[in-house]
Design a protein around this ligand. Structure first.
Ligand code: 13P
Ligand code: 13P
Ligand code: MG
Ligand code: MG
Length: 365
């Protein structure tokens, strides 16, 4: 059976500050979606959060970019914003950039990733959700999962994966896309995806079956809004097992924390810490950035699960290392490479300070 999995998310208010989601907001979202599910629009759903981001995980048969599904998400976010406003949560309605729905949530603030596929005999899915970081944070993990044999031994020893995977890469500044075949073209691909603030892995496909293996959200809030409203806090769906990497291969990149853009005021580099859903509560310097992973088996589109995949002792060392990395980065205070380079900063007083000091700059001898 053909099924569509949609993950649509938005920050519609933080509790307290940007550190967590309020239970009343999550309850409101569950109520909104439960009402609609009775109409038969959805096969199943799961409402969750990552830090201050509300996450709607939905299965249905409307295909990707369905107006009905996007409207359901938008209406849910609008209703939840009312709850957030009543509680005077921080930044209530933060990610809703438009006043009214106009056919899609794309370009309106929420993050979205969707994929349609034929459900396999066993359909294993992992959904990654991050807080306090940018779209592009999935580039390195997706590269390791689908192109690095030091991470994914299946690429070497599993016959059904040996042909490799194709990466669809988006240039979000020029609005262009290109597909690279791994392993043949990895050197070319890395020139681009090594710059994740501009080039993002949008989707990954199996090269032989052409089946979709992974899809990520690539919306950049600051580019859409033309100002800083919050970080993108992206999501990513990965299909696992069979001719795709095993669950353990998909989780493995997160055992070695990397530095990503985000953290305080969206303007710093910090470690991406893998945590359980209850521990997705970025507090220290509004961070460090977090990633959670929910696992499901799909059965006729029903979401069997979730399992909270980073709620496991084997990620303790990664969390410890991420905290050590956080300390090391914090040591730099307002200096790069902790603070982002000027052109990447979400917040800056540079124009005002420059103007004030205009007359005081003199030519060098
Ligand atoms: P969020 O994008 O998670 O709202 O974080 C915003 C921020 O600037 C935290 O310091
Ligand atoms: P406020 O200026 O709204 O307090 O935001 C600061 C912050 O948390 C960055 O998003
Ligand atoms: Mg927030
Ligand atoms: Mg957030």
């Amino acid at each position: 059976m053909s099924i569509t999995l949609s993950v649509i998310k938005a920050d519609i208010g933080g509790y307290v500050g940007h550190s967590e989601s309020h239970p009343d907001v999550i309850a409101q979202a569950k109520e909104c979606i439960a009402k609609v599910q009775k109409t038969g629009l959805l096969v199943d759903y799961h409402v969750t959060k990552c830090g201050d981001d509300l996450q709607l995980i939905m299965t249905h048969q409307q295909g990707v970019d369905s107006e009905k599904i996007h409207k359901l998400a938008w209406d849910t976010f609008v209703d939840c914003t009312e709850v957030a406003k009543k509680l005077k949560l921080h930044g209530a309605g933060q990610d809703l950039l438009a006043d009214a729905f106009s056919g899609t949530v794309k370009g309106m603030g929420p993050g979205v990733t969707e994929m349609e596929f034929e459900e396999r005999a066993a359909e294993t899915i992992l959904i990654f959700m991050a807080d306090k970081t940018s779209s592009g944070a999935w580039n390195m993990p997706l590269y390791k999962i689908f192109a690095d044999p030091f991470n994914t031994i299946g690429l070497v020893i599993a016959a059904n994966m040996h042909a490799g995977f194709a990466f669809e890469v988006h240039d979000i500044k020029e609005h262009k896309k290109i597909t690279f075949n791994a392993p043949d073209e990895i050197y070319d691909m890395l020139v681009f995806i090594g710059a994740p603030s501009r080039y993002m892995v949008k989707a990954v496909y199996h090269r032989e079956t052409k089946e979709i293996a992974a899809a990520s959200s690539t919306q950049r809030l600051a580019l859409l809004a033309g100002r800083y409203v919050g970080k993108d806090d992206p999501v990513c769906i990965v299909r696992c097992q069979g001719s795709f990497p095993a669950v353990g291969e998909v989780l493995e990149p997160f055992a070695s924390p990397i530095l990503v853009e985000g953290w305080m005021r969206g303007s710093h580099m910090g470690p991406l810490m893998p945590v359980s859903i209850p521990n997705s509560t970025p507090t220290r310097f509004d961070g460090p950035p977090r990633v959670v992973a929910l696992g499901f088996q799909l059965s006729g589109g029903k979401l069997v699960g979730p399992r909270d995949m980073f709620d496991d002792k084997s990620f303790n060392l990664a969390r410890h290392q991420a905290n050590e990395m956080a300390d090391l980065m914090r040591r730099h205070g307002p200096f790069e490479p902790h603070r982002l380079p000027l052109e990447e900063m979400e917040y800056t007083t540079m124009p005002e300070v420059m103007k004030k000091l205009e007359g005081r700059f003199t030519e060098l001898d």
